[in-house]
Ligand binder design. Sequence first.
Ligand code: SF4
Length: 318
Amino acid sequence: MAELLASGGSLEMVRTAFENGADAVYVGAKGWSRRRAQYEMDDPGIVEAARYARSVGKILRVAFNTLPASAEVPLFLARTDALYAEGVRDFILTDPGLMMALKNRHPDTILHASVGCTIINVQDAFFYKEAGASQIVAECRMGMETMRKIRREAGVGLEVLVHATTCFTLLGRCTMSSYTKHEHRVDAAGKDHFPGSPNRGGLCYRICLTEWDQVGAGGEVEAEGITLPNPAFFLVDDIPDLIDLGVDTIKIQGREYSVALVGEMVRFYRELIDACVRDRSSFRIEPWKERMARIAAERDAERREKTAGLIGESLTSP
Ligand code: SF4
């Protein structure tokens, strides 16, 4: 049966996600994931969360899904060695070089290729499998036919986001935030801090969600207040098809939401997946849509608040 993967931005959120039915939870290693530091976890917290996951027979995955400079590689290896020594085996990575390095060092680790890899076709899936990944995350725009092809041909697990926000560009290739957030420094340990790049351990400031002016060749404003399409998507309708297709993991994003909302979202998808698997032939999605609409409204309210704050912060910071 497809695994339900939820997000954990704190120990409390990890526990809540498991209690509400997640089979696995992912957390971001502080400084090394695609979210703000307050939603990442430090190593003692990760070790405790991993112990808790093992105690309830579930899995904790740790995301180190940024693209490091050479000087950061020893830091990555030292941190993953320390987590490995504490029993952590499951990692989410973006950089194929780091995948190979970690797999060579600890062959029994389980590596998943992150959404930041922008895996959009079967050749990408082969590439990350070669690098050591046993599972890949489908890019948000991947269609069912490509998913089928990957399942049939690539020999890697397939993970699909069902509760997320699409990007105007491809998520792992976007550089928009670095145009407004220019800060960059290297600390004494050699770690790069590049807050304007989610691919480098910073974050997406949702720049594509701001309003744009269209400026003509002569500098005149031709149109004001243009917004780019960047909807939240839920894929509730597609869950039965994803289950039929045999996807390995159904993933819900949302480390930045409140613990209560994450718990509610996990419970919803747990019950939906279980109902679908229990009686596939008579399963109908319609009754679930009303409940989904309520959760989506709560999520959008939290999202709007956070997005407005993010864009403002990006434009006023150094
Ligand atoms: S700025 Fe927009 S397109 Fe770029 S990563 Fe963020 S949400 Fe995606």
